[in-house]
Design a binder for this molecule. Structure first.
Ligand code: FE
Length: 210
C-alpha cells in the first residue's frame, strides 16, 4: 500500500532506528559516479556544481516556506489555518507535491522552541524547504538532536533560556514538519514580501533563530 511506504520504499512507522537505505545509497553512488565522470571529462566545474546545490538548498526551496511564514505573521486567519491544517493551508499557496503531501506546522513561541529531524533517514518538507542540507541527513544530527537537543542547538548558535521547552518532531514519509519561527521584534511595519526575506531555511528547521 503506497501510503505506508516512504520515498525509499521502506516502512517508516515501525522501523525507525534503521540506518541503512539501499535505494538512496545506490542513487547517491550513481550520482557520485556521474559527477566524477563529468569532472574528469572537464564537462563541469566542481565549484559550479557546489553552487547549484547551495542555490537549491538555501534559495529556491526555502523561499516557498518563507512566503508561508511571512503570510502567517501578517494574516491571523491564515496562521490559524496553517497551524490547524498545514497541508491544506500550504497547498492553497501552490506549494505541494513530492515530499510535501502531509504537513504539520509547529509554532515557536516564548517558552517553546521546536526543531525537526528525521531520525530514520532524511524525510524533509521539500515543497516548502527545498533540498535538505547535508547535516540534516547525517547520522550525528539525526541521533543527537533527539537525545541532547539543547547541546545540538547550541552548536548551531541557538542558546535557549533554561526555562524554554524544546520539542523535537520526528518527520516521516507520512507526515513532515515545518517550524513557524517567531517574528523578529521591530518588524511591525514590514510587508509580507520584506518579512519573507528575513526567514531562513534553518529558522524553519528550528536550528536557527531569526
Ligand atoms: Fe526519512
Amino acid at each position: 500500500m503506497a501510503a505506508e511506504e516512504d520515498h525509499h520504499g521502506h516502512h517508516h512507522s515501525d522501523d525507525h532506528g534503521h540506518d541503512h537505505d539501499p535505494i538512496e545509497e545506490g542513487a547517491a553512488l550513481r550520482v557520485r559516479a556521474l559527477e566524477e565522470l563529468m569532472i574528469a571529462k572537464g564537462l563541469v566545474d566542481p565549484a559550479a556544481l557546489d553552487s547549484v546545490v547551495e542555490y537549491y538548498e538555501r534559495q529556491t526551496g526555502p523561499r516557498n516556506g518563507a512566503a508561508v511564514v511571512a503570510r502567517a505573521w501578517t494574516d491571523p486567519a491564515f496562521k490559524k489555518w496553517l497551524l490547524e491544517d498545514g497541508t491544506a493551508a500550504i497547498h492553497s499557496m501552490g506549494f505541494k507535491g513530492y515530499q510535501g503531501e502531509h504537513m504539520r506546522v509547529v509554532e515557536n513561541i516564548d517558552g517553546i522552541h521546536n526543531v525537526i529531524v528525521c531520525t530514520l533517514c532524511s524525510c524533509y518538507p521539500w515543497a516548502v524547504l527545498g533540498l535538505p542540507p547535508a547535516w540534516y541527513k547525517g547520522s550525528a544530527y539525526r541521533s543527537r538532536v533527539v537525545r541532547e537537543p539543547r547541546a545540538v542547538l547550541r552548536e548551531f548558535g541557538v542558546d535557549l533560556p533554561a526555562k524554554t521547552r524544546v520539542q523535537v518532531w520526528d518527520s516521516t514519509a507520512e507526515l513532515r514538519y515545518m517550524v513557524l519561527p517567531q517574528r523578529p521584534n521591530g518588524t511591525e511595519k514590514l510587508s509580507a514580501t520584506d518579512l519573507a526575506r528575513l526567514v531562513t531555511r534553518d529558522g524553519m528547521i528550528g536550528t536557527a533563530l531569526l
